[in-house]
Design a protein around this ligand. Structure first.
Ligand SMILES: [Zn+2]
Length: 340
């Protein structure tokens, strides 16, 4: 129990490090290779391995849902120019995390970037005196409070340059907590609640849906004759959602607010392409999880017992069942206990 609470605390405090680790997880999935495919009307998806973005082609240019990462942008930018003969005019940031918002530079000649105003907060450098996160302190072998290149291990070693915002060859606590954001840039345009982009007579609606995962979370609904909704790192398609906050009152209400929207195709930033039915299944999973954990708590079970008894059998074939269910259960347990 103590261990679990410590893990949950790390999730909140050291998100820069946590989200760096996520990509390694996604690289293990069955989805491989680069691909552009048509969804409906003039809406297409672009995939590189597990990562998926969506774009709309109009007579006046392209609106792209997220750049994802530098290597994806390096492939996609020339590919879009070659196939569609119009320039990318808008690049939307779904949220500030490095593995979704890096690479916007590739489109800088023709496009403007746009994100929710909270993205600015996510990109801000924490105070200079921010200590090294607990889980990397062991790497500081000379005990000087920073991680030199020769000390870095794991993600800090692999992504040293991306963490090193001021490029001085040393990682401070602030740089590590902020995350590997070197290639994530401040959006040129920001919005507060919702905004509609019109290009070539077609609309893309951006809506703010602040989640536990990202408080700058933007979803995109492609409106005219298309019926496609894109949401990043949140509502997953036949995949157990990521993290601990998935079945809180707020998260369920937020997911339900999407279900009521007008769309047919649903694209999460990861894994399988979906339809509205997948969004409904995702919400159902969250509600069943909440109910199962509540029932176990009412029966007097401890967190350890709840983890062993809430198995969500109907979802055993969903991706990330083994990895994410324990986190989902622990987070839901914590949220429900907190409500009492
Ligand atoms: Zn994310």
């Amino acid at each position: 129990m103590k261990h679990v609470l410590r893990v949950l605390l790390c999730v909140v405090v050291f998100s820069g490090l946590l989200f760096a680790q996520q990509r390694a997880l996604y690289q293990q999935t069955q989805y491989k290779g680069q691909e552009i495919g048509k969804l409906t009307g003039e809406i297409y998806y672009a995939r590189m391995d597990d990562y998926v973005s969506v774009f709309m082609v109009t007579s006046e240019g392209i609106i792209l849902a997220e750049p994802i990462a530098t290597e994806i942008a390096a492939w996609l930018e020339p590919e879009l120019a070659r196939r569609f003969n119009v320039a990318v005019k808008y690049v939307i940031y779904s949220h500030y995390h490095w593995d979704h918002a890096s690479g916007g530079d590739a489109y800088a000649d023709t496009a403007r970037t746009i994100g929710h105003e909270n993205m600015l907060k996510g990109l801000k450098m924490p105070p200079a005196n921010t200590p090294l996160p607990q889980n990397v302190r062991a790497q500081d072998t000379n005990g000087n409070g920073t991680i030199e290149k020769s000390e870095a291990q794991g993600n800090l070693k692999n992504q040293f340059e991306l963490y090193d915002a001021n490029k001085d060859g040393v990682l401070t606590g602030a740089e590590i907590v902020r995350g590997p954001l070197l290639y994530v840039h401040t959006p040129e345009l920001t919005y507060t609640d919702r905004v509609t982009i019109t290009l070539g007579g077609k609309r893309a609606e951006l809506m703010w849906k602040p989640t536990g995962h990202a408080d700058d979370n933007t979803i995109v609904r492609f409106v005219d004759g298309t019926n496609v909704l894109f949401a990043s790192d949140w509502i997953t398609v036949q995949r157990v959602p990521f993290g601990g906050d998935v079945a809180t009152k707020e998260e369920i209400a937020l997911a339900k607010s999407v279900e009521g929207m007008d769309f047919e195709y649903f694209v999460c930033s990861h894994g399988k392409l979906g339809k509205k039915a997948d969004v409904i299944s995702n919400i159902k999973y969250r509600e069943e999880l909440r109910d199962a954990v509540a029932k176990a708590i009412a029966a007097g079970q401890s967190l350890e017992q709840v983890r062993n008894s809430v198995l969500m059998e109907n979802y055993r074939n969903w991706e990330f069942y083994d990895q994410q269910l324990p986190q989902n259960v622990a987070g839901t347990y914590r949220a429900l206990m907190g409500d009492r």
